[in-house]
Design a binder for this molecule. Structure first.
Ligand code: NDP
Length: 279
């Protein structure tokens, strides 16, 4: 009897990952026979674990915090969007034994913001908090929506400034520290820091969200994250967490691995319903 194809997500920490659930729902929906697991892999074991997974018959991997830049380095070939991001969240073992790296975070976020939540980004002022691997993946697709301005604020200011140099050719992007946000207003604030994972909120001026503005936390949890709650308190029109993005980026990875695109809406609805009943 043939074994199901094996896939996994590597990250550190990883215990709260919803990716195995999402890919199980995709597999059931599309009739694909596969197994998808979550593995706690610290950075110092990343490369050996990837090699062992593929040597042992694994077909594809997702890489999450804090492994995306390492995954970019490890890939033998990369998609254009991964090259631009210098961060990889999806690895595919090709027939010739080479490892292909893609980045599906940006298209995943855009699908959720634009198609699922109905936000129009053209002409808006966007603030991204954080300058890690996730921010690298979302910058180019966000700038392609032609915002009026895109500011990246990061705890380590130099990292934000590096991104403005790397992505400045794509649109009006600017990097700074949190202190430089005083007196500024934004239509969309995206939290791409890892602060939510430890229950923290990045330091934000009270009046930074423009009237009619929206908040989006890339992180997701069973309960609203501190940043989602902050957005609700500031009367954000939309204050959402990253579960929709997670499903959308996963669908793009599934397409790369299996050649079939699952429907995302029913999976998002299932996960939302499971969250409601878990409360
Ligand atoms: P990285 O480790 O690459 O980057 C982390 C970023 O968070 C850095 O900019 C870091 O700042 C900042 N940071 C960490 N802790 C704090 C804190 N306490 N206060 C302020 N800033 C902080 O992580 P990723 O970019 O890969 O992931 C970021 C978040 O996005 C995670 O929560 C991850 O789960 C989520 N994510 C969700 C996805 C989805 O599909 N929904 C997809 C991708 C990511 P510094 O540079 O100063 O260290």
């Amino acid at each position: 009897m043939t074994q199901p194809d094996r896939y996994a997500v590597f990250g550190h920490p990883i215990e709260h990952s919803q990716s195995p659930r999402i890919h199980a729902l995709f597999a059931a929906q599309t009739g694909q026979d596969l197994i998808y697991t979550a593995e706690d892999v610290p950075p110092d074991r990343f490369e050996s674990c990837v090699r062992a997974f593929f040597d042992g018959g694994g077909r594809g991997l997702n890489c999450t915090i804090p492994l995306k830049e390492m995954a970019w380095l490890l890939a033998d070939n990369r998609s254009a969007r991964a090259k631009r991001a210098r961060a990889v969240n999806t690895l595919l073992l090709r027939g010739d034994g080479s490892i292909f790296g893609d980045n599906t975070d940006g298209i995943g976020l855009l699908r959720d913001l634009r198609d699922n939540l109905g936000l129009n980004l053209a002409g808006t002022k966007i603030l991204i908090l954080g300058a890690g691997g996730a921010t690298r993946g979302i910058l180019a697709p966000l700038l392609a929506e032609r915002p009026d301005r895109l500011v990246i604020a990061n705890r380590t200011v130099a990292t934000a400034e590096t991104l403005t140099v790397e992505f400045g050719d794509l649109g009006p992007v600017e990097g700074c520290g949190f202190a430089a946000l005083a007196g500024r207003r934004f239509d969309l604030i995206i939290n791409a820091t890892a602060a939510s994972l430890s229950g923290e909120l990045p330091p934000l001026p009270a009046d930074i969200l423009a009237p009619g503005g929206s908040c989006y936390d890339l992180a997701y949890a069973a309960e609203p994250t501190p940043f989602v709650r902050w957005g609700q308190e500031k009367q954000a029109v939309v204050s959402a967490d990253g579960i929709g993005m997670l499903v959308e980026q996963a669908a793009e990875a599934f397409l790369l691995w299996r050649g079939v695109r699952p429907q995302t809406r029913p999976v998002i609805e299932t996960l939302e319903a499971e969250r409601r009943t878990a409360k």
